[in-house]
Design a protein around this ligand. Structure first.
Ligand code: DGL
Length: 286
């Protein structure tokens, strides 16, 4: 007989801060009848300037916290964490501590669709310094579609500026600078992937700074469809998930500003709890 008590599992969504909200919104749109936990590590954002060891440590802390709150499956709605922590978590933590739980990233789902993005096959990726340094977009694109050329550009201070709610004028100047650096790298580029979920929050401003012939690809919808598909294929996870329709928001920051921005970017009245999410896991990276 089916164990009815066991279907209260949550879907955890983790980001360094605000960017993951763009992924969460699309996932909820597609699968409203699920229970979600959103955790933003706003206290330690941005991750893009940190070392791989730090990104791993903080991401793992977030993942373990979400598991502790009942997440069965977690989406790292953060490219920086997907590029710098996901593989180690999947290979070195899950099999030993959380055998039946899952952590998925957002870079491979994006790359799996890469064939459909560009006419000329020259694709720009705007991402954080740590994502660009990892070379993951290039490596994965080579596997899925070797003909495609990836041109990466760090968004420099953009994620930090979004977290700090910098004024329009400063943000516009920074966007202009990074967009110019990106397009100067390849005259045939016809597509730009927003390879940092924070950038999806300023998609319109980035669009304005780009030449008209270059189209923008965001990750929200792509990731939502891939998760939907994943859950359809993995009944062992799906059957553990709650069908209650609710979302709980958490931040590691006690600053009221972070909560205000979370509410603003989510676009609805939400209650957000500040939580302590210590990186206690002893690993060789500590
Ligand atoms: N939102 C994150 C990403 O997708 C990282 C932003 C940051 O913390 O630097 O890469």
């Amino acid at each position: 007989m089916k164990n009815l008590k066991n279907n209260n599992g949550k879907i955890g969504i983790f980001d360094s801060g605000l960017g993951g909200l763009t992924i969460l919104k699309e996932i909820i749109k597609l699968m409203p009848n699920r229970e979600y936990l959103y955790l933003g590590d706003n206290l330690r954002a941005p991750y893009g300037e940190k070392t791989q060891a730090e990104i791993f440590k903080y991401t793992l802390a977030g993942v373990e916290w979400l598991f502790g709150r009942g997440a069965e499956i977690i989406i790292l709605a953060c490219n920086t964490a997907s590029a710098n922590a996901l593989q180690k978590i999947q290979q070195e933590i899950l099999p030993f501590k959380y055998k039946n739980k899952r952590v998925l990233g957002i870079i491979i789902p994006t790359i799996e669709n890469i064939d459909n993005f560009s006419k000329f096959g020259h694709i720009g990726v705007l991402a954080t310094k740590a994502t660009v340094a990892s070379g993951v977009f290039e490596k994965e694109a080579k596997k899925y579609c070797p003909k495609i050329q990836i041109i990466s550009q760090s968004g420099e201070r953009l994620a930090e500026m979004i977290e700090l709610n910098k004024n329009e004028k400063d943000l516009k100047a920074e966007i202009k600078k990074v967009v110019e650096q990106l397009i100067a790298q390849d005259e045939f580029m016809d597509t730009v992937i927003l390879g940092c979920t924070h950038y999806a929050l300023i998609e319109n401003q980035i669009k304005k700074a780009l030449p008209k012939n270059i189209s923008i690809i965001g990750q929200g919808e792509i990731v939502a469809v891939k998760l939907f598909d994943y859950l359809n294929r993995h009944s062992e996870i799906c059957q553990k998930l709650s069908t209650k329709c609710s979302t709980y928001f958490y931040t590691t920051s006690s600053d009221g500003k972070a909560k205000e921005l979370m509410t603003q970017f989510y676009g609805a009245k939400i209650s957000i709890e500040t939580v302590v999410c210590e990186a206690t896991q002893k690993t060789m990276y500590n």
